[in-house]
Ligand binder design. Structure first.
Ligand code: A2P
Length: 268
């Protein structure tokens, strides 16, 4: 006779990883992060994304998620939005430690160091959960081998939404080996658009009016030394890309490294 385990095993689609949630942290009513076990055979480059899913009824539902943990981490971390009627996130936001999350086997993505030509200063422009691939890259020692200065910008509507980024940078500064590797190369520039805060405004506006450069004490974009990575909504990608192109930076890809890269996988 069939045992319960047989039923559960057969309910999980073949050819995908079924991993166990190890921790869940809710930041606001719109944002949470979770960590889960990492299959031993699963390899990825920091900054890549994977298809993450859950069984909803008898069907798997998947969405593209940036892996927020670095490639050396023994667990996998994800930073997610909660969409009230979202086909996946309305269920994913309910997960608890011990639950099973599905992951397709092949990671991919363009926000990787290999897609950039050598430079001195690396900008990572993010809005909302767009910080996730950079959460991976700023914890990867290779980022600091390749760049002298790493500037992570994160813009959210509200201050509470910045917490994931602040915790992350704090974790790096207190980390036993990362702290030394990172030194003072990492800068975190956090701004909000819908609340009072010392740093206010969309990153695109702060680039246009020069405030980002003066706040950071760096010169305007220079294609000879500056590199960029962009992750956010489609409107944010488009506008930020235009600003980098105006400054003379050329978009790159995995098969043709350039001066900046964009992740289009999450766009609407
Ligand atoms: P705003 O509050 O002015 O819309 P969301 O939570 O909707 O994804 O937005 C995250 C952040 O991205 C918000 O601070 C939002 O600002 C900002 N944002 C929205 N559209 C753009 C854009 N076209 N360029 C730059 N930032 C944007």
């Amino acid at each position: 006779p069939a045992k319960t385990e047989d039923f559960v095993a057969s309910a999980i689609p073949a050819g995908v990883f079924a991993e166990t949630v190890t921790s869940v942290q809710h930041y606001t009513d719109r944002l949470f992060r979770f960590r889960m076990t990492r299959p031993e055979s699963f390899r990825f480059r920091s900054g890549e994304f994977a298809m993450i899913g859950l069984m909803v009824g008898d069907k798997p539902v998947y969405r593209a998620y940036s892996i927020a943990s670095p490639s050396w981490d023994e667990e996998l971390e994800f930073f997610s939005i909660k969409v009230p009627d979202g086909p996946l996130t309305s269920h994913l936001q309910q997960i608890k430690p011990g639950d099973t999350v599905l992951m397709r086997k092949k990671p991919t993505g363009t926000l990787v160091l290999d897609a950039l030509t050598p430079g001195k200063r690396l900008y990572m422009f993010s809005t909302g959960t767009g910080i996730a691939p950079f959460a991976s890259l700023i914890r990867d020692p290779e980022t600091y081998e390749k760049f002298d200065e790493v500037i992570l910008t994160h813009t959210c509507r509200e201050v509470a939404e910045l917490k994931y980024g602040f915790d992350l940078v704090e974790e790096i500064r207190n980390h036993e080996f990362l702290a030394e590797v990172v030194g003072n190369k990492l800068r975190h520039y956090a701004t909000v658009t819908r609340e009072d805060y010392p740093f206010q405004g969309r990153i695109t506006d702060l680039i246009r009016n020069g405030k980002m450069f003066s706040d950071l004490g760096v010169p305007h974009f220079d294609p000879a030394v500056d590199r960029g990575m962009i992750c956010g909504s489609s409107a944010m990608l488009k506008e930020t890309k235009a600003l980098l192109e105006e400054a003379g930076l050329i978009e790159g890809a995995n098969n043709k490294p350039g001066e900046f890269v964009i992740e289009r996988a999450f766009v609407d």
